[in-house]
Design a protein around this ligand. Structure first.
Ligand code: IPE
Length: 259
């Protein structure tokens, strides 16, 4: 089984509140179907989550009651995004069910406990794909907290024995500088903990869950000797399909884990 994260940068336009990239998502779902691989899909929130979460400091947890309408709005927005993604998956022939983390799980000081592991297994055994996503989750310590899709990926990778983990974004992989601003930025084919320390971390858009550095750290934690973890560009047609089929693709592969 392969674990895929459809990042917010590819499924939405992160610069514009609630802008869904329907065509790209439909194509990515068709590529998953065409591969014939058994997968679990997690997705990010993109501009359905980060914009309001940043504006109302939701990543700080509960500070005051003024945040509560924003919590409800972000939960509403990411559920709408999830419904649109589920529709594209179902239309592509992948029977899928929404599993909103904020309605199914708790966190404790930003650590999620996926106690619904049995529910996930039961769905997968029947050929139903649970789709989890970045959400606002109730937190025993903080009141509530942002739970990113990457955190969910990490927890799922502890529960399941995935052969491969694929992060789908809007860039070819990890660069030594921002490729959107610097045309000479160099792509890392592989990254380990040492190369990562030398990378400049920066984001031009609202992102409350840490950007590319945090993503790479979490990718490194998910690697093992028999499990590859790659970051690919989903805006390029066919790249997800090739990655699923085990072909060589332009990407960054996380190597060596974190000791
Ligand atoms: C963020 O999830 C969740 C919210 C802001 C509610 P992610 O961190 O996984 O989303 P992307 O992939 O960066 O957009």
């Amino acid at each position: 089984m392969i674990l895929i994260k459809l990042g917010g940068s590819v499924i939405t336009d992160k610069r514009e509140y609630r802008r869904f990239n329907r065509e790209i998502v439909a194509r990515l779902c068709s590529e998953i179907k065409e591969s014939g691989k058994e997968v679990i899909v997690v997705h990010g929130a993109g501009s359905f989550g980060h914009v309001l979460a940043k504006k109302h400091s939701l990543n700080s947890g509960f500070v005051n009651k003024d945040q509560i309408p924003a919590v409800a709005q972000v939960c509403y927005d990411v559920r709408e995004l999830n419904s649109m993604i589920i529709k594209e998956l179902n239309d592509a022939g992948i029977p899928s069910i929404s599993m909103p983390p904020g309605s199914c799980f708790m966190m404790c000081d930003r650590t999620i406990s996926l106690e619904g592991g049995n529910v996930i297994r039961s769905m997968v055994d029947k050929g139903l794909m649970p789709v989890l996503f970045g959400d606002v989750v109730q937190d025993e310590e903080l009141g509530f907290a942002i739970c990113s899709g990457d955190q969910i990926m990490e927890r799922l990778s502890e529960i399941y024995d995935f052969e491969k983990i694929i992060f789908v974004s809007d860039i070819d992989g990890l660069f030594d500088d921002d490729p959107k601003n610097n045309p000479n930025a160099k792509l890392f084919e592989y990254v380990n903990i040492d190369t990562l320390e030398s990378v400049r971390s920066g984001s031009t858009v609202d992102d409350v869950t840490g950007g590319v550095y945090e993503k790479m750290m979490s990718m490194l934690r998910m690697t093992s000797s028999d499990r590859e973890c790659v970051l690919i560009n989903g805006t390029v047609p066919g790249r997800l399909l090739s990655a699923l089929n085990g072909e060589d693709v332009i990407c960054t592969t996380a190597k060596g884990g974190i000791q």
